[in-house]
Design a protein around this ligand. Structure first.
Ligand SMILES: Cc1cc2nc3c(=O)[nH]c(=O)nc-3n(C[C@H](O)[C@H](O)[C@H](O)COP(=O)(O)OP(=O)(O)OC[C@H]3O[C@@H](n4cnc5c(N)ncnc54)[C@H](O)[C@@H]3O)c2cc1C
Length: 309
């Protein structure tokens, strides 16, 4: 059995080497995913690739299909990666960071641009429309995929079109009207979002900056931002807030290992140091069970659980 596993592993390594031929970006084998996630949790990926540019992404996705290797793209801020990590190729768009301005208050951002960077750019160009997203740490692509949102707005309010690298290695653009957005989801073709057009509007720089600063202060006051987390753990139940429900069940401060339900915001689980994915999962089970017992509400996960147990 052990022999078979080793043989299988060797076959995967061979397929990986073939699939990665011709990739121009950085390649890191056996990369600890805790270094790529805001939770600072996660076992190793067989390989993390940071493609050099959009063409490199397209080449990589076609190669992984050809060599039948699983592929996962991350920004890393809404993920709980299990302790045995992710098999196959993990892609980070860390090198896709260009922002271009187009006529009519439109910004084009490559997929790896972080929301904080994009908001900073919009402020400098006096472009309004993204203030609601101040404090969301994900990439612009990840925010489209998740239709990230706050009580002030959602990604779908600003997306004009997206650019995707498809499994056959082509790059295609899709208008926002062809995408169905829902609560923390978007129906997209299979592939990798490599760019996003955002329709913003001209505004007054001082006003935009003030709204962003006020919102960041509000977040600092109400969210545990000094400890690693993946943001909100649960989706809000209809007409209620998951944080309120968890707090009302008396679960603030409850812990498993170094994973703790934040005492500042009950819908955050924070990593106080060496929390594992198993610790977080046990804590999630505990919270769900007790909330269901006390209120009848079945909390659904907002964060994405990925990788091998
Ligand atoms: C402190 C903190 C505060 C947060 N506040 C908010 C908030 O107010 N509102 C909110 O909605 N979220 C919030 N989040 C969660 C998170 O930032 C968002 O969900 C964000 O949209 C995730 O982006 P990401 O790039 O990190 O994607 P990831 O979390 O890595 O991935 C999310 C999903 O998108 C997929 N994906 C990522 N990039 C691509 C791509 N280029 N192409 C195709 N698929 C892709 C992944 O495979 C995965 O399925 C917060 C997180 C933290 C840590």
């Amino acid at each position: 059995m052990i022999h078979e596993t080793k043989t299988q592993q060797a076959a995967v390594q061979r397929r990986l080497r073939s699939a990665l031929a011709g990739v121009r970006g950085a390649i890191r084998l056996q990369a600890p995913l805790k270094e790529y996630t805001s939770f600072r949790i996660g076992g190793p990926a067989d390989v993390v690739v940071e493609p050099a540019d959009v063409d490199d992404v397209a080449h990589l996705i076609r190669q992984t299909v050809r060599h039948k290797l699983p592929l996962f793209v991350l920004g890393g801020t809404n993920l709980l990666v299990r302790d045995k990590g992710i098999r196959g190729v993990v892609v980070s768009l860390a090198n896709l960071r260009a922002i271009k301005e187009e006529p009519g208050a439109v910004l084009y951002a490559e997929g790896g641009v972080g929301m904080p960077t994009l908001i900073g750019h919009a402020i400098r160009r006096s472009l309004a429309g993204l203030e609601w997203a101040a404090g969301i740490p994900g990439t612009v692509a990840g925010c489209v995929v998740m239709n990230a949102g706050t009580r002030l707005g959602e990604m779908k309010d600003s997306v004009k079109a997206i650019r995707m690298a498809l499994p056959n290695g082509t790059v295609m653009d899709y208008p926002a009207e062809s995408i169905e957005f829902g609560y923390r989801r978007a129906s997209l073709p299979r592939g990798i979002v490599v760019g996003v057009w955002l329709q913003l509007k001209s505004g007054l720089r001082a006003d935009i900056e003030k709204t962003v600063k006020d919102y960041l202060r509000y977040r600092r006051d109400t969210q545990p931002l000094s400890l690693p987390s993946a943001g909100c753990v649960f989706k809000n139940p209809q007409n209620d807030s998951a944080g309120r429900v968890v707090e009302a069940a008396g679960l603030k401060g409850v812990s498993v290992g170094d994973a703790v339900v934040s005492t500042k915001h009950a819908n955050f689980i924070v990593n106080q140091g060496q929390a594992t994915a198993n610790d977080v999962l046990s804590l999630i089970r505990k919270v769900r069970t007790q909330v269901a017992r006390k209120t009848g509400i079945k909390l659904e996960l907002e964060l994405k659980l990925v990788g091998q147990a």
